[in-house]
Design a protein around this ligand. Structure first.
Ligand code: G1P
Length: 325
């Protein structure tokens, strides 16, 4: 089994070097392994959605009939990711329950002749869901570092489930799928970015863009977390999806507190620039900021309007409500 794994990695390496002509980068980036693992930091308290999130994790709030976390997990699977690593905390067990088998529910539904397909997205292959705890809220960088033993020596993806990324119909797939495709070309580290109005940059991680590699791919020459508007190197913000090399864990280990007194992933990533390839992917699709109440409503409406089973009714309802003022 070990041998198969090594050989399959060699195959990926070889194919990359031959088909895409990245021989120079590949020689420094010997570890172009497939992205099989994803970390989901879900330990946050969700204070912006209180009282809704007093007893329910914010990641379990539904957009129509799926909790927010389900959309991120679906996106990960579409990108070929097998192992899901949840960095959880106290009061967050409902997230793990959601991906477990609900024996009584299934038994009762089957007994009543109800189809079980509706539960299919919640099924995880045994062993492919791992949880670790972040005992103290010390920031995103600290949350990711908590997963270091499970991530091991492999590149890995990160999903911030608050950021809901929906691919264009008939397009190039979801955000992580587009990032994995880019990773197969350039290797190294990648983050998804999008443009926001300049007055919003101070709420996000912001990139300094370098050379443009293609329409959707840009080199990253600098990163800064929550800069003042006047200090921001651009209006391109990090939008909650990452592919990182495992070396970031070693950087995080020594990372001191940054913006907001928290250990920032952005600060650790900034130190990797120049050591390894670092690119930004402009996502072809739509992003909804479900960390904000208005963003949450927008996502709910937008997705309802895309659903065949309810689009007509919702459109008529929205028109009526708007007319009523
Ligand atoms: C985090 C990251 C930030 C990123 C943002 C995206 O910030 O630190 O770089 O732009 O997510 O939503 P947070 O929203 O946790 O303050």
């Amino acid at each position: 089994m070990c041998l198969t794994f090594i050989l399959s990695n060699c195959a990926v390496h070889h194919e990359g070097a031959t088909n895409y002509g990245y021989r120079r980068e590949m020689s420094s980036d010997v570890a172009r392994k497939p992205i099989r693992k994803a970390v989901f930091p879900v330990a946050g308290l969700g204070t912006r959605f209180l009282p809704a999130t007093k007893a329910i994790p914010k990641e379990m709030l539904p957009i129509i009939d799926r909790p927010l976390i389900q959309y991120a997990v679906d996106e990960a699977r579409e990108a070929g990711i097998e192992q899901l690593i949840f960095v959880t905390g106290r009061g967050k067990t409902a997230i793990v329950e959601h991906f477990d088998t609900a024996y009584e529910l299934e038994h009762t539904m089957s007994g009543r002749g109800k189809a079980l397909e509706v539960l299919d997205p919640t099924r995880i292959q045994p062993g492919n869901l791992v949880t670790v705890r972040q005992q103290v809220p010390m920031g995103l960088g600290h949350a990711i570092w908590c997963a270091r033993a499970v991530v091991g020596d492999e590149p890995f993806a990160i999903f911030l489930p608050d950021e809901m990324m929906v691919g264009n119909a008939g397009g190039k797939g979801g955000c992580m799928k587009q990032m994995v495709d880019a990773y197969n070309e350039v290797g190294g580290n990648l983050i998804s970015v999008l443009e926001v109005p300049q007055e919003e940059v101070s709420s996000y991680g912001v990139i300094a863009p370098g050379k443009r590699v293609s329409d959707a791919l840009t080199e990253v020459t600098g990163l800064v977390e929550k800069p003042k508007r006047e200090d921001a190197p651009s209006n391109l913000i990090i939008s909650g999806r990452y592919i990182l090399q495992p070396e970031v864990m070693r950087v995080l280990e020594k990372q001191s507190a940054g913006a907001g007194g928290e250990i920032q992933l952005t600060d650790a990533m900034a130190q990797m620039i120049g050591q390894q390839p670092f690119h930004a992917v402009t996502f072809g699709g739509k992003r909804y900021d479900c960390g904000s109440k208005v963003g949450f409503v927008e996502a709910t409406l937008a997705l309802a309007l895309q659903r065949e089973d309810m689009a007509d009714e919702v459109r008529a309802m929205a028109k009526r409500l708007l007319a009523e003022g």
